[in-house]
Design a protein around this ligand. Structure first.
Ligand code: DOR
Ligand code: ZN
Length: 343
């Protein structure tokens, strides 16, 4: 196959940042995707419906002329989020999910949840109105090895949560392990997962090829090859619980190339092309459309997109760096070749 046409995809996990940084990265996503679930980890975080509406307005105002792109907003869950805020969010029609970050787990997660017990009432409100909970699935216990934090999260947090809240819809975001793939595959239909392109394409060796590679550092960190293979297996399986979420997370070059570099990989410049490469390598291009364009809206109860996009097999070179407002960023595969191109 040298050309493939699929329903226009959506990105179910995206970081757009704000202001000039947002204006720099938004066109990459809007060119490829019809909609995206926009992460709320701004500084300060998007904790209320009012803040989400304002952020949505800023995104829409920054869209290139003629772009038909819809930002799907999320709320940042804190220890103090109230059930009434969930009901307000649902009524707004523009907030589509609530994001759980364990306090301290990753970029701008200081206001995250310290104790899930404090969120019981909020989860009950989410169950009643059918609002999905999106999870950054890593424990923050410093005694747990960084490479085990997702696996331990499944046992300590996710399994009891899914059990206690029998109607709660959850998306385990950016899964990185065989254990997470298995957990989701065997859970009830209300439990789903997103998978990034970079976790389908690299394993943890990519962090250390010839030296330390900060542009391959993200959270959850890439795992061993056997885990990457398990992710590819479920991504191409046709199981509707697994769908596309890039977790494209732009950071200025100097904030990654430093003694305590930020976590995050920028993939929006090739947001669908990278998935095409991963599915092609698994000889499963025929499964790309379900994963990229159908299963996400089905889970969120939204209509599938009606337009199409076409990808063709033709090599192109990724720039060494991209403008990022007043800064620069280093995109995934910088200076390297990509095999698929958006027509
Ligand atoms: O690598 C990551 N980057 N993981 C996250 O959870 C957050 C994200 C970001 O906002 O940069
Ligand atoms: Zn993310």
């Amino acid at each position: 196959m040298s050309r493939i046409t699929i329903t226009r995809p959506d990105d179910w996990h995206l970081h757009l940042r704000d202001a000039e940084h947002m204006r720099a990265v938004l066109p990459d996503t809007a060119r490829r995707f019809a909609r995206a679930i926009v992460m709320p980890n701004l500084k300060p975080p998007v904790t209320t419906t009012a803040l989400a509406l304002q952020y949505r307005d800023r995104i829409r105002a920054a869209l290139p002329a003629g772009a038909a792109f819809e930002p799907l907003m999320t709320l940042y869950l804190t220890d103090n989020t109230q059930p009434a805020e969930i009901e307000k969010a649902k009524r707004s029609g523009v907030v589509h999910a609530v994001k759980y970050y364990p306090a301290g787990a990753t970029t701008n997660s200081d206001s995250g949840v310290t104790d899930l017990e404090k969120c019981r009432g909020v989860f009950e409100a989410m169950e009643s109105c059918g609002m999905p909970l999106l999870l950054h699935g890593e424990v923050t216990d410093p005694a747990v090895d960084v490479f085990d934090r997702e696996r331990v999260f499944l046992e300590r947090v996710l399994a009891p949560l899914v059990e206690r809240h029998a109607r709660l819809r959850v998306v385990l975001e950016h899964i990185t392990t065989r254990e997470a793939a298995r957990f989701v595959a065997t859970a009830p239909p209300r439990v789903a997962a997103t998978i990034t392109a970079h976790h389908l394409l690299i394993n943890r060796n990519a962090l250390f090829t010839g030296g330390i590679r900060p542009h391959h550092y993200c959270l959850p960190v890439a795992k061993r090859e056997e885990h990457r293979r398990a992710l590819v297996e479920v991504a191409v399986s046709g199981i509707p619980k697994f769908f596309l979420g890039t977790d494209s997370a732009p950071h200025a070059r100097h904030t990654k190339e430093t003694d305590c570099g930020c976590a995050g990989i920028y993939t929006a410049h090739a947001g669908i092309e990278l998935y095409a490469e991963a599915f092609d390598a698994a000889r499963s291009l025929d499964r790309l459309q379900g994963f990229a364009s159908h299963f996400g809206p089905d889970f969120y109860g939204l209509p599938r997109n009606s337009e199409n996009i076409t990808l063709e097999r033709s090599e192109w070179r990724v720039p060494d760096e991209l403008a990022f407002g007043p800064d620069k960023l280093v995109p995934f595969r910088a200076g390297g070749k990509l095999k698929w191109n958006l027509v």
